[in-house]
Design a protein around this ligand. Structure first.
Ligand SMILES: [Zn+2]
Ligand SMILES: [Zn+2]
Length: 265
């Protein structure tokens, strides 16, 4: 497949849930928190800005957009360290829904500011623009559809479509019949579904209401939606490589995402 025929290219930069971890027992799946890069022609679209965004090497001429699901720390903690912020006048567009009554910039200004951090986002050399979140919009020729997921204080579902191929990001999503039916419809016929599978079914019983899901529910939704490729994401921080391998052997209908994984559509 040559570059001109490529529709969307997904790269996993970090897929750990809740908090970054490190150590050789986490080396294969990776310890950095949520960040996925989708390349579409000249556009680089980053799904969340967890510590995985520190691993990003943006192309010098790429147009950069960040689509945030929500403002929880594990999805935002890499943003102050995103290398593109140090490029003078480089445009960076950030989209996010209002959370807890705060517009995206108001929320980020609470974290990236003194005393937590020595400067604000507008003090970086890059030109950052914050956008409210429409239900649908375009980034270049990539169509973006958004919907509300199922998470304490909310998390946005994104569907990216280009040249007939689609990737759906559904992290920090807790299953319930209404939310699953809505996600099945939202993800219908998509090529790749990134699905929050932080818990095993047994763990889920202890963590009901924390806003995460299981591989079993991901498989059910992917089947209902006719998804071609299912990626389990947002791995529990204590889940080492051996434990993830064991889950992978049990749930072969999906792939437990690992940092560095790439899918080209
Ligand atoms: Zn999270
Ligand atoms: Zn969250």
């Amino acid at each position: 497949m040559n570059a001109n025929e490529t529709s969307l290219r997904l790269k996993v930069l970090g897929t750990r849930g809740s908090v970054p971890v490190e150590g050789k027992e986490f080396a294969r799946y990776g310890g950095a928190t949520s960040c996925y890069k989708v390349t579409a022609g000249d556009d680089e679209i980053y799904l969340d800005a967890g510590s995985g965004i520190v691993n990003a090497l943006p192309a010098p001429t790429a147009r950069i957009t960040i689509l945030l699901t929500h403002m929880h720390l594990d999805h935002l903690i890499g943003l102050p360290f995103f290398i593109a912020l140090t490029d003078r006048d480089r445009p960076i567009d950030i989209y996010a829904a209002d959370r807890a009554g705060l517009a995206p910039k108001e929320a980020i200004d609470r974290l990236i500011a003194n005393p937590f951090w020595p400067c604000k986002i507008e003090d970086y050399p890059a030109n950052v623009t914050f956008h409210a979140l429409p239900e649908e919009f375009f980034i270049g020729d990539v169509k973006i559809d958004t919907a509300e997921g199922s998470h304490p204080k909310g998390s946005t579902l994104y569907r990216l479509t280009r040249r007939g191929k689609s990737i759906v990001h559904a992290t920090d999503f807790e299953h319930n019949p209404t939310a699953c039916a809505a996600l099945s419809e939202f993800a219908a016929g998509s090529d790749v579904l990134l699905y929050d599978a932080q818990y095993t079914a047994a763990e889920y019983e202890r963590y009901r209401g924390y806003g995460h899901s299981t591989p079993q529910e991901g498989i059910r939704i992917a089947e209902a939606a006719g998804v071609k490729e299912l990626l389990f994401v947002h791995h529990a921080p204590m889940r080492n490589d051996a434990a993830l391998d064991a889950l992978q052997a049990e749930f072969s209908a999906g792939k437990f995402a690992a940092a560095g994984d790439e899918i080209t559509l």
